[in-house]
Design a protein around this ligand. Structure first.
Ligand code: C2O
Ligand code: CU
Ligand code: CU
Length: 534
């Protein structure tokens, strides 16, 4: 896990802040399911308000001021059917002042725009550009001020994609990391008839797990550092951090919670909603006894062909995993979900605890099928274009801090990725840096072809002119062979992905999902072009 060291190294002012919060003393909250305001045949209409409120996040913490959809953190779960037309009016009722330190030197967050801006993106959705939550389509309280890309007020989601778990979160240019950290994130589940037929664990046996890391002040309020430790002279205050990792892990808005389960199968819909932190999830039973069997049955964009038996699961920011855990033979036992990306004496090694203390209410009739779904591979020969996209690090020209770029371009540089509507493209994500970046593309669900190591020194010495491979192509992990919208672009590797740009044309974005990078230039627009008709 050396690769992840940078991302978890504490650059935060931990000493004076960290307080010992006991683990596994609070129950896991289950976000409520949101009811539509109106519902018709094949469509539904929701209104969702973003509000400031207070919520208790741990037994021994005072109430924490948060921002959330419908006044809760995480936001309510939205559950829809495939092809159901869902209209959502997103309403900003937040105050004018941010609860976290805003760096006004970042693109889009300058002094001449309102400090509090929001725009909602449904991550992983196939939607028209005007409903995608473009970072410049932000609006303020009651739509009083609108960003330059403002288009529609009521977003329209067609949900014309396979059953899966998406998540919605804020995407306002230059302050996404702060808005999401403040609590603006929730789960969105699409269901379809193929999934229905599988008879997977459902109802109270299907549980969303929204994982985030945070830091707290002594008074229970959220802490987000204004600057990295030992700031060099000339750094603005506040200044964006190169990475943020908290010292406390929350699941569904509770610090290190526990959940009582029955001895049977459960389905967990996991999303890593953290700013920077990568997890390596593990299940473990006290005293090193065998942990329950667990399987991953789906990824970002839908179910796999077959379940993948798991021993550990890397989850980068924004990635989702659809898991089945079988507690059947574990009555009376305590099972912890751990994070093996950090050493066992690090507090963030723990995530939550399952206690198999409930009586079985009835026979477990749910099923883990050996065949789930058919993931149709996009054949490589269909690709009409291969794009080489590098992940570089330079010095911020204005301040003493690093700047991570995609393809060496800034957010405001002219659009360079312009796939034709309906076409298939291969993107080669070339990462000559020290750590992985989770790369996310809006609009599409793609497939990972492979990763191949290359001579990083030579690549850097020749300014990217010489790309020399040093090994063979490595197939993606077994649990990376389904539909993806976020992929780890590993350091020292060229990661190849293949996508079909279908259904909608217009402007979208692709970016690193480390929110501190996305807010600081590691995001680019792309344009799906209507093919010329002569
Ligand atoms: Cu989850 Cu463009 O983001
Ligand atoms: Cu997205
Ligand atoms: Cu990044």
């Amino acid at each position: 896990m050396a690769l992840y060291k940078y991302l978890i190294s504490a650059i935060n002012k931990k000493e004076d802040l960290f307080m010992e919060l006991s683990k596994f003393v609070d129950k896991l909250p289950i976000p409520k399911k949101l009811c539509p305001k109106y519902k018709g045949h094949g469509w539904s209409y929701y209104e969702i308000r973003m509000k400031e409120f207070k919520q208790k996040l741990h037994r021994d913490l005072g109430e924490t001021t948060l921002w959330g959809y419908e006044g809760c953190y995480p936001g309510p779960t939205i559950e829809v059917r495939k092809r159901e037309k869902v209209l959502i009016k997103w309403i900003n009722e937040l105050p004018d002042k941010h609860i976290l330190p805003v760096d006004k030197t970042l693109h889009g967050a300058e002094h001449d725009v309102p400090e509090v801006r929001t725009v909602v993106h449904l991550h992983g959705a196939n939607v028209e550009p005007d409903s995608d939550g473009h970072p410049e389509a932000w609006f303020t309280r009651d739509f009083k001020v609108r960003g330059p890309k403002f288009a529609t007020k009521i977003y329209e989601y067609t949900n014309d994609q396979p059953a899966t778990a998406l998540w919605y979160h804020d995407h306002a240019l230059g302050i996404t990391r702060l808005n999401v950290y403040a609590g603006l994130a929730g789960m969105y589940i699409i269901r379809d008839k193929y999934e229905d037929k599988l008879n997977l664990p459902s109802g109270e046996y299907e549980i969303p797990l929204v994982i985030q890391d945070k830091m707290f002040k002594e008074n229970g309020e959220l802490y987000y550092p204004e600057q990295p430790d030992n700031p060099p002279p000339g750094l603005p205050n506040p200044s964006v951090l190169p990475a943020f990792t908290g010292d406390v892990i929350l699941v569904n808005g509770m610090v290190w919670p526990y959940h009582e389960v029955e001895p049977r199968k459960y389905r967990f819909r996991v999303v890593n909603a953290s700013n920077t932190r990568f997890y390596n999830l593990k299940l473990s039973q006290e005293g090193d006894a065998t942990a329950p069997p667990w399987y991953q049955i789906g990824s970002d964009g839908g179910l796999f062909d077959i379940p993948v038996p798991m021993t550990s699961l890397i989850l980068a920011p924004a990635e989702r995993a659809d898991l089945i855990v079988d507690f059947t033979d574990f009555a009376g036992k305590k099972i912890q979900m751990l994070n093996d990306a950090v050493a066992s004496d690090d507090p963030t090694h723990s995530i939550m605890e399952f206690r198999v203390t409930k009586k079985l209410k009835g026979e477990d009739k749910s099923y883990l099928p050996s065949h789930l779904c058919h993931v149709r591979r996009i054949p490589e020969y269909k690709a009409c274009k291969v794009r080489d996209l590098s992940f570089g690090a330079v010095n911020d020209p204005n301040y003493p801090r690093p700047l991570f770029l995609l393809d060496n371009k800034m957010w405001s540089d002219p659009i360079s990725e312009t796939p034709d509507l309906g076409s298939v493209e291969i993107w080669r994500l070339i990462n000559p840096g020290q750590f992985p970046h989770p790369l996310h593309i809006h609009l599409v669900q793609f497939q990972i072809l492979d990763r191949q190591p290359f001579d990083v020194e030579r690549y850097n010495a020749t300014q990217g002119k010489e790309l020399v491979f040093t090994g063979g192509r490595v197939l993606p992990d077994l649990n990376e062979r389904g539909w993806k919208d976020t992929v780890r672009a590993e350091a020292g590797f060229v990661t190849r992905i293949i996508s079909r740009f279908i259904d909608f044309s217009g402007q979208y974005v692709w970016h690193c999902h480390i929110l501190e990078h996305e807010d600081h230039e590691m995001m680019r627009p792309f344009l799906v072009k209507e093919p010329d008709r002569h």
